[in-house]
Design a binder for this molecule. Structure first.
Ligand code: 5AD
Length: 450
């Protein structure tokens, strides 16, 4: 049977989609190749959120087809996911060697299309059509033998986004919001737990909008909080996480869930985007800096040690030095544990792309650099505060860089490395933090786990 190499760009949703495609192909008898050079099929699962992400995948594909035509004439190559969705046929016009272009509602069809291409029944396939119920089409995505996924798994709860932030291409690449049902999600989580999973991350573009239109608020609890409660009931499941929420949907019911549901890890990735009210309005975000600060305060009241992470865009059209100063001051006020900073990138057919006063690239670079420096200084201070503390980690497996080291995560989502062995894998254990590295904590389990 053929072998396949899948490379993933972008967010956790993409990682989960790639896992699902891999699991689907393995079930059909495919094997996973270690490199693109050794594969019969190469699939790039793409990201469109910024131009840089698209260029990376295009350059990779150029490289792959350059070799494929020389060394492996029969190799099938394809683009999957967001960039495939937004560019469709154009990708084949640009790169005529590409055989397959499959959009975000078609991941469950990869095997059938590959069969046709490999059998020579069709020469090229482009499918970016919408497909009803595709959000529930793939359940099987646990890769046996993959250290991380056997302990910790992603579960997709919804697809799409209706927010229409003015900078963002996602509503057009992922479509309208469609949610799975609570019983369907819980059944998938149960199966995962039976197979040894201890930590589940619920995924969606805007999880706080989960089933908003399908499941009414009950006892003041939104559908998403009802889902958290239902997943929390699963025996054997130790930890629950989710990503990503919208600050606007982070109601008191969700804040209160942190204090009430012990399995819900005290960690939150809440995209801020900007600290300036003027820009938040232009971005169509639906909250103010005061509202955001108020949310942070409530979360810290519910869980003082909560790990707080965010996304910020610099150089959004019209961003002045004063707007940027507001972002810096908000970052100082919150003290994020870490922030992902993005230079604004014009996306096709988004309102911001044609707004006046586009910020010159050099200024985007400069602000990126200044914000990164501030965020890193604050983050380093937060890391240092862990030294000497005892924390619980869930051990995921050997570290990629050094197999003698094992890696785990704290409940607040920090990576901890320690001298471990296979018996530690999948264990919840306490370690004492001895020192810090760049975005890593180093722990000693011996002191607390005799
Ligand atoms: N330019 C730069 N960053 C963007 N993001 C989304 N769209 C853009 C864009 N056009 C960032 C946001 C989002 C993260 C996933 O990507 O910060 O939260």
């Amino acid at each position: 049977m053929p072998s396949v190499f899948i490379k993933t760009y972008g967010c956790q949703m993409n990682e989960r989609d790639s896992e699902a495609v891999a699991a689907q192909l393995i079930a059909k008898g495919y094997s996973l190749a270690q490199s693109e050079a050794a594969a019969d099929v190469v699939l790039l699962n793409t990201c469109s959120v910024r131009d840089a992400a698209e260029q990376k995948a295009i350059n990779k594909m150029k490289n792959v087809v350059g070799h494929a035509r020389k060394d492996r004439p029969g190799q099938i190559v394809g683009f999957l996911g967001c960039m495939a969705q937004s560019h469709g046929q154009e990708l084949i016009e640009k790169l005529p060697d590409v055989d397959l272009v499959l959009g975000t509602q078609k991941f469950h069809r990869v095997a059938e299309y590959l069969d046709e291409l490999l059998a020579g029944k069709r020469e090229k396939i482009v499918d970016t059509a919408a497909e009803a119920k595709s959000e529930s089409a793939i359940r099987e995505h646990l890769l046996n033998g993959s250290a991380k996924t056997s302990v910790s798994a992603f579960v997709s709860i919804m697809q799409g986004c209706n927010q229409h932030c003015t900078f963002c291409i996602v509503p057009s690449t992922r479509g309208e919001e469609r949610s799975r049902t609570i019983p369907d999600i819980v059944a998938e989580c149960r199966e995962l737990v039976l197979r040894g999973v201890k930590e589940i991350t619920l995924l969606g573009q805007i999880v706080t909008s989960f089933a908003k239109r399908d499941v009414p608020v009950k006892d003041g609890k939104t559908a998403f909080v009802q889902l958290l409660e239902a997943v929390h009931e699963i025996e054997g499941l130790e930890r629950i996480r989710f990503t990503s929420p919208h600050p606007k949907g982070y109601g008191d019911d969700l804040v209160e869930a942190y204090a009430r549901l012990p399995k819900l890890c005290e960690s939150a990735h809440i995209p801020l985007q900007s600290g300036s009210d003027r820009l938040l309005k232009l971005m169509h975000r639906g909250y103010t800096r005061e509202k955001f600060l108020g949310l942070i305060q409530k979360l810290r009241q519910a869980q003082p040690g909560i790990g707080l992470y965010t996304d910020i865009i610099v150089g959004f059209p019209g961003e002045t030095e004063e707007d940027f100063a507001q972002t810096l001051s908000l970052c100082r006020a919150v003290g994020f544990d870490n922030a992902y900073i993005f230079k604004y990138s014009e996306r096709r057919d988004t309102p911001a792309a044609t707004m006046p006063d586009q910020v010159p690239q050099s200024l985007r670079e400069e602000r990126n650099h200044r914000l990164l420096e501030l965020v890193n200084t604050i983050a380093a201070r937060k890391y240092d505060a862990f030294i000497g503390r005892q924390v619980q980690i869930l051990v995921e497996g050997p570290s990629k860089k050094n197999a003698a080291r094992y890696t785990g995560r704290t409940r607040c989502n920090r990576i901890v490395l320690f001298d471990g062995s296979p018996r530690h894998q999948g264990q919840l254990m306490d370690v004492k933090i001895e020192r810090t590295g760049s975005f890593t904590l180093y722990g000693d389990p011996a002191i607390v786990n005799l």
